[in-house]
Design a protein around this ligand. Structure first.
Ligand code: C5P
Length: 219
C-alpha cells in the first residue's frame, strides 16, 4: 500500500467561502468553490493524516476519509477550528469573509424610502491569525494568499503579519477562484517554491508532500 508519512499526525483544514447572513433571504459571500481546500484535505488524508475539514457551504461532494465539520459563517468556522485543536498541522484555505452584517434581521429588510443603504458591516475574526497566536498553535501553520496583483510581495508580507510558517500564494486574477486549476508559490521563511499550473488536486498533492517532508517523511 501507499506510504503514510503523516500517519499519527492530526491536521485541520478550512475550505470554501463563508456566508454572512443579512436577513432570512440574503447573505454576503464570495466565489470560492471549496475545491482547493477539499483537495488539500484529501491529499493530507491520503498521506495518512487524521484530517478534520471545516468547510463553508459548497456545491461539491465532501471528501472521503476526512472528518467534516460543515459551517456557514466565519464565526462558526472560528468556533469549529478552536474545537478541532490541538493539531500538528493547520492549513487555512477558506476564503473567509472579512466583514459580516452588524445585525441579522429576523424579517426581510425593506428598502428605505429615502436615506442610506441599511447595511452596516463589522469585522470578522481572523481565524488564521488567531490560530497562530493561540497557545494551541499547531507546529506547522499554512495560510493561503489569493491576490490579483503583486502576488509574491503581498504573500511575503502576509506570512509575517499573520504569523504563519508558510503562505501559499496564488494569483486569482484569472479563472482560479471557482476554477479547476491553480498555480501556487509556497513561501516559507527561507524558500519560495514555484509549482507549475496544474489541477487543484495535483497542486494539493504537491503541498501535502512538502508538509510530509517537513515532518520527516519522504518528499
Ligand atoms: O488577509 P487575507 O484574507 O488575505 O488572508 C488570507 C489567509 O487568511 C487565508 O489563509 C485565509 O484562510 C485566512 N483568513 C482567516 N480568517 C479571516 C481572513 C482570512 O483565517 N477572517
Amino acid at each position: 500500500s501507499a506510504p503514510k508519512p503523516l500517519a499519527g499526525r492530526r491536521a485541520v483544514v478550512t475550505a470554501g467561502p463563508t456566508r454572512e447572513p443579512i436577513d432570512p433571504v440574503r447573505y454576503l459571500s464570495n466565489h470560492s468553490s471549496g475545491r482547493q481546500g477539499y483537495a488539500v484535505a484529501q491529499a493530507l488524508a491520503d498521506l495518512g493524516a487524521d484530517v478534520e475539514l471545516v468547510s463553508g457551504p459548497t456545491a461539491i461532494p465532501l471528501p472521503h476519509g476526512t472528518r467534516n465539520s460543515p459551517v456557514e459563517t466565519a464565526e462558526e468556522m472560528f468556533s469549529a477550528v478552536k474545537r478541532a485543536l490541538p493539531a500538528d498541522i493547520f492549513v487555512s484555505v477558506a476564503a473567509v469573509a472579512d466583514w459580516r452584517p452588524a445585525t441579522r434581521t429576523e424579517r426581510k429588510t425593506k428598502k428605505p424610502v429615502d436615506g442610506p443603504a441599511p447595511l452596516q458591516l463589522v469585522e470578522n475574526p481572523d481565524i488564521l491569525r488567531s490560530v497562530c497566536l493561540s497557545d494551541k498553535r499547531p507546529e506547522l501553520v499554512v495560510g493561503f494568499a489569493a491576490e490579483t496583483h503583486d502576488v509574491l510581495e503581498l504573500a511575503r508580507a502576509k506570512r509575517v503579519r499573520k504569523g504563519c510558517d508558510w503562505i501559499v500564494a496564488n494569483d486569482v486574477s484569472g479563472d482560479v477562484m471557482g476554477g479547476q486549476e491553480n498555480m501556487m508559490i509556497i513561501v516559507t521563511e527561507t524558500d519560495e517554491i514555484h509549482l507549475p499550473r496544474q489541477s487543484k488536486t495535483a497542486a494539493a498533492r504537491a503541498l501535502a508532500r512538502r508538509i510530509a517532508s517537513h515532518f520527516g517523511g519522504p518528499s
